[in-house]
Design a protein around this ligand. Structure first.
Ligand SMILES: Nc1ncnc2c1ncn2[C@@H]1O[C@H](COP(=O)(O)OP(=O)(O)OP(=O)(O)O)[C@@H](O)[C@H]1O
Ligand SMILES: [Mg+2]
Length: 245
């Protein structure tokens, strides 16, 4: 059980390839036969209602859940490597819970995220502060005293400090005011321009359609629809069901 299965990869390859992935929690089948790929540099969004399986797919990709089927990250089977190996290999997961260190200040939280890349901590820190100036203004404030939106920025910032190749974001806009959602929106392009690939689990369908290159709609643990975001914007079913017509 180690990273021995790593294959030689070429530019333009998929960074994640999922084939016939099923996941159960006891008797609850949360994912059924998911086929999904993410190419390097893409933003791929999983959309779908509560309980559709978005977080389960993100958790599975990050190596937290057993699955059946094939699921590779950079050519290595996720189930064959330790979760920490995936992190070392550039997969950084910003969970819905944010997982901040509440009694540490902003800059300490960011620095804690930079363990993967000591040499580049300063460069990454200035990238994060350019992206979210509010974090720089609040660099000495304890994380627990930040607003919900500021904490979300901090969580994304901390994930970026890990210098991700694949950044998994679970519900980054959940519960945030529109003005903060705009700040997060504006951050996505520069992150993608750095070459970071993004898997975005989002209930906010408008946000997903506006920012993703491709969309997978999950319903009841299955892929109900998938395709380029531009096509999905015009899809009658998606419009009627998820955008109120
Ligand atoms: N730890 C768990 N134990 C048992 N069932 C679970 C567990 N986590 C998730 N589930 C079930 O798996 C299904 C998929 O849940 P999941 O959290 O992946 O959905 P989601 O699309 O992320 O939903 P939401 O939009 O509410 O975040 C749901 O039926 C849920 O109740
Ligand atoms: Mg979820």
């Amino acid at each position: 059980m180690s990273g021995q299965t790593t294959k030689t990869r070429a530019a333009g390859d998929s960074i994640v390839e999922a084939s016939d992935i099923s996941v159960s929690y006891g008797k609850v089948r949360a994912l059924r036969g998911i086929d999904l790929t993410i190419d390097e540099g893409e933003i791929v969004s999983l959309i779908g209602p509560n309980g559709a399986g978005k977080t389960t797919f993100a958790d599975t990709t990050a190596g937290f859940l057993p699955y059946s089927g094939q699921l590779s990250y950079k050519g290595q089977e996720v189930g064959d490597v330790d979760q920490s190996t995936l992190v070392e290999d550039g997969m950084i997961y910003c969970t819905e819970k944010r997982d901040l260190f509440p009694f540490m200040d902003v800059e300490e939280n960011l620095t804690m995220g930079g363990y993967r890349s000591r040499d580049t901590v300063d460069e990454l820190l200035s990238f994060v502060y350019d992206l979210f100036p509010r974090l720089e203004e609040r660099r000495s404030q304890e994380a627990r005293t930040m607003s919900g939106g500021e904490q979300q920025m901090l969580a994304i910032g901390r994930a970026l400090m890990g210098d991700p190749e694949l950044l998994i974001l679970d519900e980054p806009t959940l519960g945030l005011a529109p003005v903060i959602i705009d700040d997060i929106s504006e951050a996505l392009d520069p992150i993608q321009d750095r070459g970071v690939t993004i898997l975005l689990a989002e209930q906010n369908v408008t946000f997903a359609l506006n920012h993703a290159d491709r969309i997978y709609l999950l319903e009841n643990g299955e892929v109900a629809k998938s395709g380029p975001a531009d096509e999905m914007k015009g899809d009658t079913y998606i419009r009627d069901t998820y955008l109120g017509g």
